[in-house]
Design a protein around this ligand. Structure first.
Ligand code: SAH
Length: 221
């Protein structure tokens, strides 16, 4: 069990992170800012780097994977345009941190991770924190979660070679897919794919990003 007693020093570091790295860089969605002030990021990073939990960078979490830079987590959550009633799917649980942030805004979050050890660790932390509206699943998430679809938002935290068609199809009308897409395995552009009422899609480009690759059926081999 984690010791989840609130720590004033960590809360202060978190507020400073939000003020300088998140709000200070133009993230304005009040749900996102509040969630970033709430989730204790230090529990999601490995013990040997937890002093860097509020620094402006991604950190290693094992299995060659990383927890994204806080700004990127906030940016993706803002682009997902979340509301408190939303049902959300995340692909790429990793540490569980971004799922935790999404879960402080949305009603229900499903998050999928294909590394079993990461999925188990994230699940344990989320349970210890009492974040009981998050379900962690261990499998290839590149084709989504048809049995729980449709979703208000789908957030992919690994880079896809092209927009995963099966994920797009699992959006509700008015739903948003946030996904890094790139023909280079380690460089992408961040897209929001919006599903219109008539079933067609709009694509908006939010600029260059660098994620680990999305592996699997709708991802890289
Ligand atoms: N959101 C995470 C960071 C994710 S890094 C956090 O907040 O810590 C990307 C993650 O996607 C890695 O853990 C990687 O194992 C996972 N991943 C890559 N391809 C996947 C797939 N097809 N299905 C599920 N998870 C995948």
């Amino acid at each position: 069990m984690l010791d989840t007693t609130p720590q004033p020093k960590r809360q202060q570091a978190r507020n400073e992170m939000v003020d300088s790295q998140i709000a200070g860089r133009g993230i304005s969605d009040s749900y996102v800012l509040e969630a970033m002030r709430t989730v204790p990021r230090e529990f999601f990073v490995p013990g040997d780097v937890d002093n860097f939990a509020y620094d402006d960078m991604p950190l290693p979490i094992g299995q060659g994977q990383t927890i994204s830079q806080p700004y990127i987590v906030a940016l993706m959550a803002q682009i997902a345009e979340l509301h408190p009633t939303d049902k959300v799917l995340e692909i790429g649980t990793g540490s569980g941190y971004s799922a935790a942030v999404l879960s402080r805004i949305a009603d229900e979050v499903f998050t999928i991770e294909h590394h079993e050890s990461l999925a188990m660790r994230a699940d344990n932390i989320l349970t210890d924190l009492g974040y009981d509206n998050v379900t962690v699943l261990h499998r290839d998430g590149s084709s989504g979660l048809p049995e729980e679809s449709p979703f208000d938002a789908i957030v992919v935290t690994a880079g896809a070679p092209s927009v995963p068609r099966l994920l797009r199809e699992q959006l509700k009308p008015g739903g948003r897919l946030v996904v890094p897409v790139g023909t280079d395995e380690h460089r992408q552009r961040l897209f929001q794919i919006y599903r219109r009422g008539d079933g067609t899609f709009d694509t908006e480009d939010y600029g260059p990003v660098a994620f680990v690759p999305l592996i699997g059926r709708e991802g890289w081999a």
